[in-house]
Write a protein that binds this ligand. Sequence first.
Ligand SMILES: [Zn+2]
Length: 153
Amino acid sequence: MAPKQKKPVKGFSEQAAIGGKFGQFLRILCGCHAIPGRSFHFCGRPFPICARCTGELAGVLIGIPTMIVLGIPRFWVAVLMMLPLIVDGTVQRLTPYESTNIRRLATGILFGIALVFGFLYFHQVCVLAAREILKLLGLDPFAVNQAMQRFLP
Ligand SMILES: [Zn+2]
């Protein structure tokens, strides 16, 4: 079977988009379609990633200091922050509804902030799992608890 050809993005041109190689890196990192009609423009040239991915990236950058200053919210808060993007994207995908770039940006920012929290929840689950595995392997439960406590909030 021949390798699957990458489908070109309609209307997207690597030369036209701003950012050069870094923009190309961002597009690959985000897995972005980079459709110019769904991207912001600067001086008539499209961003290398769409408005939603721009928001997600901004959200991650906002989420890290937010987490440091305010701590980690409850899990359901992060889920609620992700819902607007999921609903907006799903409705757009399944119906003729077309979102706006401002709405894509806003839902992307909320999602990006929640993504930072999601990584921290995942980290905590991994630490808790490692703690239980070490106990199952016969290590001193008190020593394991003490060692793992430094990785938990
Ligand atoms: Zn995108």
